[in-house]
Design a protein around this ligand. Sequence first.
Ligand code: SF4
Length: 325
Amino acid sequence: MKVGLPQALLHYKYYHLWETFFNELGVETVLSPASNKQILNAGVKSAPSEICLPVKIFLGHVKALKDVDKIFVPRVVSVEKGAYTCPKILGLPDIVRGTEGLPPVLAPTIDFTKGKIHFAKAIYNLGAQFSSSPLKIFKAYQAGTKALKRHELKKQEDGLSKTGGLKIGIVSHPYNIYDSFISLDLLKKIKKEDVSIQTSESLDKKIIEDETSSLPKELFWTYEKEVVGTALHWLKTGKVDGIIYLLSFACGPDSLAQVLIEDFAQQYQDVPLMSLVIDEHSAEAGLLTRLEAFLDMIKRRKKIESNHRPDGLSANYARGSVQAA
Ligand code: SF4
């Protein structure tokens, strides 16, 4: 039995969990290739034009797995009490089932709003398709959660260990940040500039939770809370020198988050923010120009702030000079 894992969307969050789970049950997993032009074109052909870029890419990945026995597309409704995933993530199994020429879909429903027993049953029913031993299924899931935890801790440590130089925070969904085809290799381009990068993963989940619970109205999309909470924390604390908010075209939740984040950036003016919207037509040259201009602006600002200023003038004197330049 070969189970296909599309290398897109929530793959960038839970891959370690599911790969370990299936392998522990003796199931061979097949990962779709890294995103490329062919995958994007295949996804664009099968998706309605108004759907967001990451879902188009996801459909391209699913099509690249047409030779496996089953494709794993969980219906992730909720991963915490009181909050949900975005409607497109929630409906992914239906979108895939409606696409012609694909193997059957394995689609357990992950819904934490229904409690732990419902979740345990979903995992058991999934595992029972490959093993008749409840103990083996339980142990496979346990091994999966340990693998995921190890991966999350490593990401957090990597982020915290970065010191010195310019610090840029990238706010986005992991599938935008780590899919180098979607992001037009943004991480590599930033690293070339000798800049250290921070993401939501380097922040304690409690910090993000505290930031979003201070909002007048609580957000009910889990992954959008991560985006907004991270941006708000960095804007308030100034722990990064600048923030890049990477969002994909036609993302409904991000269009709301963008308004919130840009509004906060007006209130906490110490940390510059640049929003970058990407779609299937985005070009590398345009991205590079904006990135270079943003980093140059931050470097100049830091230089001015670190220079000696006439007595009696505040740091805002320097900031004003940069804005006017
Ligand atoms: S959160 Fe936005 S980008 Fe992600 S799947 Fe939903 S609509 Fe698409």
